[in-house]
Design a protein around this ligand. Structure first.
Ligand code: ZN
Length: 270
């Protein structure tokens, strides 16, 4: 009888591909670890190992590697999974040397030639001149479609984590028809050519927030927003609001257009 509970254990299904995920071992970070997230995770089996791996390579990596987010991670001194703050690439004009800028753990930055073999030329030029010019590429935003898939993935996972927090199972969402279009867009890259994302800078990335004696910088936060469409029939549009380094990204989880979101928010915050 002691084993009866184990044998009755339900099979788990993946939130994205719906396949049996009972034997999956990986924990899914809702926001990537390399954005400083060490606490918001989904237990193994909510997302199968295959989907977890796919998202890491095809959706999260292009976002993390984009110069736009590399700069933000660098400025906030957020280490990657291996504990390094990824340096920024630049160019020292007078010596014609490619350089890298490193964020020092104790604050401040240091500059070195990259590759190291050019270090002597860089130093010689620096010693001979009182002024110099460092050039950095302009950090344009990541590609819109992959950004929308990234935000949408987080939206679906936030819904699942809210269910789990409420003592329910993520599996209530696996066959949810209202999520099908977004699930397909996020996991397969299928469906509409573009899924709209509204963006605005809510606060400066280095804003220090206080809670009693605690002072902290917010690297990320998220919430689900419900806009009533038909209150009598309990119909709502659901939006994910994701804030990274003070910038908010909003996506409509019910369809690719933001619909009346901006007007609704303007009226709600009046
Ligand atoms: Zn899966």
């Amino acid at each position: 009888m002691a084993n009866s509970q184990v044998s009755k254990e339900r099979k788990l299904r993946c939130l994205f591909c719906k396949a049996d995920s009972s034997t999956s071992r990986s924990r899914e970070h809702i926001v990537p670890e390399s954005f400083g997230n060490t606490e918001h995770m989904l237990e193994p089996g909510v997302i199968c190992d295959g989907c977890n791996n796919y998202f890491a390579r095809k959706v999260e990596k292009p976002i993390l590697d984009s110069l736009y987010f590399k700069e933000r991670r660098f400025n906030a001194v957020v280490p990657n999974k291996r504990g390094h703050v990824v340096p920024l690439d630049g160019f020292h004009l007078e010596s014609g040397t490619r350089i890298q800028v490193y964020a020092d753990p104790g604050g401040g930055i240091s500059v070195g030639a990259h590759p190291d073999a050019d270090e002597a030329r860089l130093i010689k030029t620096l010693l001979g001149q009182s002024k110099g010019t460092l050039i950095f590429p302009v950090a344009t935003s990541p590609e819109e479609r992959v950004l929308a898939r990234f935000v949408g993935k987080i939206g679906i996972e936030v819904m699942a984590s809210r269910l789990v927090q409420a003592g329910k199972s993520h599996e209530e969402l696996v066959d949810e028809p209202a999520l099908e279009e977004l699930r397909n867009f996020v996991r397969r890259g299928g469906g509409p050519r573009q899924w709209s994302v509204a963006r605005r800078q809510l606060y400066s990335p280095d804003t220090v927030f206080s809670d009693g004696d605690e002072h902290y910088v917010l690297l990320h936060e998220y919430e689900l927003l419900l806009r009533p469409i038909d209150k009598a029939n309990d119909l709502y549009a659901c939006y994910i609001s994701l804030v990274l380094f003070g910038e908010e990204f909003v996506l409509n989880m019910s369809g690719p257009a933001l619909d009346g979101f901006e007007a609704w928010r303007a009226s709600a915050t009046d």
